[in-house]
Design a protein around this ligand. Structure first.
Ligand code: NOJ
Ligand code: CA
Length: 541
């Protein structure tokens, strides 16, 4: 982090109000011990790169003990590091060395569920129905004759039923347990006080080691509705609506207040919640002053490359947060969604393009959208590889390991294609990611031109664009102010102005357009005869 941001009087100690946070997906970032899977020593090794990029903080996706059924989001011990990633000593080293470089470290916290290999779940299976051990999870008798039917019709977010039946104990019929995600991720019962007490213990364990906050997984989950009523409509894999009984229940806010109380004991720390709700009103409740510091806002990650969609994503997000005095957040992708380059690529056949040409357009659009998000007030989250303009990788079926692939009955390819390891250097896989050629997901050979090494040398690369944009965002007073003012813009374009004077213009139309008045600070694609070409954005002052 630059000195300027640390000491910014507007922010006080609240660095998270205007930060650039880099999401490290540890399996895919850098593998130092050569087993083909990224690790914490690899993250330490690349801190210089993150400093060069200019980020304020990193968010580490789970590195805690896990059998890896959902690649770390199934936690068997929340207060230890998984040996795949290293150990507590390496984690402490990461915090110390990151702090030396003024980079804060935040980590994932997974409060909605544990792994089925967590000692609590082992104890629950061994215990009788109605026991305190079972009360830590959501065990229910089944419906129908002999309780053979699941307790309700809920489906798992990953596909298939949300209930799994367990072996019967001596005297009682076999019960079912709830898992909103994989069967290896039993949902905790937040009605049992011990569940919160344990989470608070986990928070203190890591905060005492110096972490600067948490990314809270499924922050709109945890609370379950009284009586677990049926879903009225069948849900589709990986999505849900705001009135889905499985998520976004009122009781969740009390849990967030309890989480916040612990964070408040550690000034300067902040939490960001994964809040998959659509309505701005529902979202705003999560970021009230005594709940989450920040909520992930997926509006931009869900919007198409379309002026109206982008503008309404920005407007609705800012309305939601400003209603409660909170800070907006922006992200174009993460480890759960398609990478923006692929998402923005036009359908090749429809437009008479080769797949490569379509991806090149997607890449231009992703660069433009990077300038849009970095021009906005609030905090920006960059998913590792976005700064390289990585697309989704085409992976062979037999390399897919995301549980979604199996549980959807091979109808949904899951999220592996956006989780492929980072290409660092060299001309062939594994591109310096690992010393092993057997990486946990294969890296496409044609990423040779977009390695970090290749892009650092190229002033026009996407990496160079990100570096320049992040630097300007910190250094220039024109980025001041919490609001945006919309300018009139040609059809298919948007333009907005920050109170400090920065103007950002996006051309999502098919024709070059004139720029708003001002001096050009940065462009995502070179201007054409002084005009902003299609699929491009510009910053002006
Ligand atoms: C959201 C995480 O981002 C995702 O990767 C995970 O599968 C689910 N929560 C379940 O923990
Ligand atoms: Ca490794």
């Amino acid at each position: 982090m630059s000195e300027q941001n640390v000491t910014n009087p507007d922010q006080g100690g609240e660095w998270w109000r205007s930060a650039v946070v880099y999401q490290v997906y540890p399996r895919s970032f850098s593998d130092l011990n050569g087993d083909g899977i990224g690790d914490l020593a690899g993250v330490v090794d690349k801190l210089g790169y993150l400093e060069l990029l200019g980020v304020d903080a990193i968010w580490l996706s789970p590195v805690t003990r896990s059998p890896m059924a959902d690649h770390g989001y199934d936690v068997s011990d929340p207060r230890d590091i998984d040996p795949i990633f290293g150990d507590l000593e390496t984690f402490d080293r990461l915090i110390a060395e990151a702090h030396d470089r003024d980079i804060r470290v935040t980590m994932d916290l997974v409060p909605n569920h544990t792994s089925d290999e967590h000692e609590w779940f082992t104890q629950a299976l061994a215990a009788e129905p109605g026991s305190p051990e079972r009360a830590r999870y959501i065990f229910q008798d089944g419906r129908g004759e002999n309780g053979d039917e699941p307790p309700n019709n809920w489906t798992s977010v990953f596909g298939g039923p949300a209930w799994t039946r367990v072996p019967a104990t001596d005297d009682e019929p076999a019960q079912w347990y709830l898992h909103l995600f994989a069967p290896q991720q039993p949902d905790l019962n937040w009605e049992t006080p011990e569940v919160l007490e344990d989470l608070q213990k986990t928070m203190r364990f890591w905060l005492d080691r110096g972490v600067d906050g948490f990314r809270i997984d499924v922050a709109h989950g945890m609370a379950k509705p009284e009586g677990l009523p049926d879903l009225e409509e069948p849900a589709t894999v990986l999505t849900h609506t705001d009135d889905d009984p499985r998520f976004n229940r009122d009781g969740v806010h009390e849990i967030h207040r309890a989480i916040r109380a612990v964070s408040d004991e550690y000034p300067g720390t902040a939490n960001v919640g994964e809040v998959w709700v659509s309505s701005p009103e529902a979202f705003a409740k999560y970021v009230r002053s005594d709940e989450l510091h920040l909520g992930f806002n997926f509006a931009l990650a869900s919007a198409a490359f379309d002026a109206d969609e982008v503008r309404s994503a920005i407007t609705s997000s800012m309305e939601a947060t400003s209603a409660v005095g909170a800070v907006p957040t922006w992200t174009l992708s993460n480890h759960d969604v398609h990478r923006e380059v692929s998402r923005y690529a036009p359908a090749a056949e429809e437009f008479g393009l080769t797949p490569g040409q379509a991806l090149a357009v997607g890449a231009q659009r992703a660069r433009a959208m990077a300038l849009v998000e970095l021009a906005l007030p609030g905090t920006v989250f960059i998913y590792n590889g976005a700064e390289l303009g990585l697309p989704n990788a085409n992976l062979p079926d037999d390399s897919l390991v995301d549980p979604v692939w199996e549980s959807s009955g091979h109808t949904d390819r899951g999220r592996d294609e956006c989780r492929v390891p980072i290409p660092w250097e060299g001309s062939e896989p594994p591109f310096g990611f690992s010393s092993s050629s057997e990486t946990w997901l294969p890296i496409p050979a044609d990423w040779a031109t977009i390695t970090v090494e290749a892009q650092l040398e190229d002033i026009f690369s996407t990496l160079s664009l990100y570096r320049q944009a992040i630097e300007l965002r910190y250094a220039r007073p024109e980025f001041g102010g919490d609001t945006v003012e919309w300018y009139g813009a040609p059809e298919g374009c948007i333009a907005f102005r920050r109170p400090g004077g920065l103007v950002c213009a996006l051309n999502a139309s098919t024709e070059p357009v004139p720029l708003p008045p001002g001096e050009v600070l940065l462009v995502s694609t070179p201007l054409e005869s002084g005009q902003l070409p299609p699929n491009a954005a510009a910053w002006l002052i």
